[in-house]
Design a protein around this ligand. Structure first.
Ligand SMILES: *[C@@H]1O[C@H](CO)[C@@H](O)[C@H](O)[C@H]1NC(C)=O
Ligand SMILES: *[C@@H]1O[C@H](CO)[C@@H](O)[C@H](O)[C@H]1NC(C)=O
Ligand SMILES: *[C@@H]1O[C@H](CO)[C@@H](O)[C@H](O)[C@H]1NC(C)=O
Ligand SMILES: *[C@@H]1O[C@H](CO)[C@@H](O)[C@H](O)[C@H]1NC(C)=O
Ligand SMILES: *[C@@H]1O[C@H](CO)[C@@H](O)[C@H](O)[C@H]1NC(C)=O
Length: 208
């Protein structure tokens, strides 16, 4: 039986678990972008106020276990924070894979002398994102250079599996993983050999 701690469950603001630090820090234009709570990083939320054209941080909340999401400390990390804390790992397939958490990142799984797979991470540069089909950074990003969506679906159900829309030979499987003390599901990637296509219904690779 899976304990249902899913990434997508609606979660409550966890004020009780957050340790607030009050005190005004003046003129923080580089971190404050809007009025109210916002995530400074995955483990901290700040409350920003603007007076006389100067931004100030009114309060800093620590989000235990890196769960800041839209300015709130949640029970489980956002997709972005989960992916930031969870380094992709090589499973059983050699090859090149998109990083599930970013359209610009990818990684290689190459065999080492010991037979284990080595992981090498890399990033696309210059306004392009990674293409899981061609294995090159040949997809132009939108004008703002920001990824729209993720290359791998969200793990909405434990054990969820499927081929990537962009490359039916690469497939994800949602497996439990502990990220900063919280149990979540992460989409691990594998590849079908010899251009076979992944069949989610029976979890096999076939030529059809
Ligand atoms: C997040 O921001 C807080 C507050 O500035 C800081 O203490 C903490 O080290 C930061 N965490 C990371 C992972 O950068
Ligand atoms: C995946 O989760 C993120 C939030 O973590 C959400 O913004 C996004 O819309 C979700 N994608 C899908 C396809 O549900
Ligand atoms: C890729 O980019 C991310 C986000 O900017 C960064 O955290 C990471 O260190 C980079 N990885 C490599 C291998 O350059
Ligand atoms: C945060 O992580 C710690 C272990 O690092 C764990 O004991 C604790 O239960 C976690 N908190 C939540 C809210 O899951
Ligand atoms: C799995 O399903 C696919 C498509 O439905 C089918 O072609 C293939 O033969 C099946 N493989 C096994 C081992 O049942």
């Amino acid at each position: 039986m899976f304990v249902k701690v899913l990434l997508v469950l609606p979660c409550l603001l966890c004020v009780c678990a957050a340790a607030p630090t009050t005190g005004t820090v003046q003129n923080q234009p580089e971190v404050c972008k809007q009025f109210g709570y916002q995530c400074l990083n995955c483990s901290a939320s700040i409350f920003c106020d603007k007076q006389n054209d100067k931004w100030s941080i009114i309060e800093t909340l620590r989000c235990p276990n890196n769960t800041c999401d839209n300015g709130e400390c949640k029970d489980v990390p956002s997709r972005e924070c989960l992916d930031k804390n969870k380094v992709p790992s090589c499973r059983s397939s050699e090859g090149m894979f998109p990083n599930p958490g970013s359209c610009r990142e990818f990684y290689y799984c190459t065999p080492s002398d010991s037979g284990k797979l080595n992981l090498v991470r890399s990033n696309c540069t210059g306004g392009y994102s990674y293409n899981p089909l061609t294995t090159y950074c040949d997809k132009p990003l939108p004008a703002d250079d920001v990824c729209k969506g993720y290359p791998v679906p969200n793990c909405t159900t434990p054990g969820l599996t499927g081929a990537l829309t962009e490359n039916p030979s690469i497939y994800f499987t949602c497996l439990p993983v502990v990220s900063n003390g919280i149990r979540v599901f992460y989409p691990y990637l594998d590849a079908c050999p010899n251009g076979k296509k992944y069949q989610a219904a029976n979890r096999t690779c076939s030529t059809t």
